[in-house]
Design a protein around this ligand. Structure first.
Ligand code: NDP
Length: 288
């Protein structure tokens, strides 16, 4: 029998989660700071609680999908968490997630943190690729897995409550780098007689092919050998990067998005690693 679930936070993401659990037959109790946002969900079958405390008392499984850690704090301080399973899928930093886990456990709750790898339209859609990173209480995860996997897939990444946030933010950070590259590429071709819609599939295809490089970086990091399987060595890549900068100059495009990465490669080369891959940049980034 589908278990009752409470959802705190009915923003774009919270509302999408509620709809998918309702569709799967779960009794859902909802609460939102601005009450009007609950109206469409009440029409869809959710029970609306008038306070967060009332919502938390309604179900053993409580999902928090709020703006940030501060809003989680504000919402939960007035609630009794004893005996609850708190699943907090609000985006936070790893340290915030760890502190929230300790905070919740002190209040008698089991705690699971989550990082959502999806946008709201992907939630509850079979085959959309949506999933959530989870970390923290493994037993909670196992026991609630069936309900948790209704809106999106679930990937458990460890008992350290901060790991879901860390994985989430690592992937989002890589995505930002990709978006920066995409912006630079479009800027380069923008003033020419090249249609963005014809250029886009070439760009996507190239990025998909190059994304395989993550596997090689992993292999080199794990073997502590950054020359392993090198195809394009650092000396060659640094020489090539001068061409990237000159082309930006020629096209009247600022190199501010790509310059920092190229500068790091140059620094690693200057430290005497011509035969390596670009993996040595990882070391330069880690502050000692
Ligand atoms: P929205 O901005 O749509 O909603 C924010 C929610 O937080 C609202 O319910 C809002 O209530 C509530 N809120 C904000 N501040 C407070 C507070 N001080 N006290 C109580 N409630 C508060 O955000 P989303 O639903 O899109 O996102 C929710 C979480 O999901 C975020 O952590 C986000 O990073 C994450 N996420 C979102 C994705 C997306 O594409 N949307 C993708 C992946 C993760 P009110 O209605 O009263 O303002």
């Amino acid at each position: 029998r589908p278990q009752p679930i409470t959802v705190l936070g009915l923003g774009a993401m919270g509302a999408a989660l509620v709809r998918s659990w309702l569709s799967a037959g779960h009794p859902v109790t909802v609460w939102n700071r601005t009450p009007a946002r609950a109206d469409p969900l009440a029409d869809a079958g959710a029970t609306v609680a008038s306070t967060a405390a009332e919502a938390v008392a309604a179900s053993p499984l409580v999902i928090a999908c709020l703006l940030d850690d501060a809003s989680v704090d504000e919402t939960l301080t007035t609630t009794d968490l004893a005996g609850r399973d708190l699943v907090n899928i609000t985006t936070s930093t790893p340290a915030e997630a760890r502190a929230r886990a300790t905070w919740a456990e002190k209040r008698g709750a089991r705690y699971l943190d989550g990082g959502i790898m999806a946008v709201p339209p992907m939630i509850g859609v079979e085959g959309s690729g949506a999933y959530v990173f989870y970390s923290g209480d493994r037993h909670l995860f196992e026991e609630r897995r069936e309900a948790l996997t209704v809106p999106a897939g679930a990937t458990f990444v460890g008992e350290d409550a901060g790991f879901a946030a860390l994985h989430d933010v690592a992937l989002l950070s890589a995505m930002n780098g990709m978006f920066a590259g995409v912006a630079h590429a479009f800027a380069l071709v923008r003033r020419e007689d090249i249609r963005p819609s014809e250029f886009a599939p070439l760009l996507s295809g190239w990025l998909v092919a190059m994304s395989q490089s993550a596997g090689k970086v992993a292999e080199q990091l794990e073997s502590d050998d950054y020359t392993k399987g090198v195809v394009s060595n650092l000396a060659m890549q640094v020489a090539g990067s001068a061409t990237l900068l000159r082309t930006a100059e020629e096209q009247g495009v600022s190199a501010e998005l790509i310059a920092p990465y190229l500068a790091l490669m140059e620094r690693r080369l200057a430290e005497g690693h011509p035969d390596e891959d670009t993996t040595g940049v990882v070391e330069l980034l880690i502050r000692r």
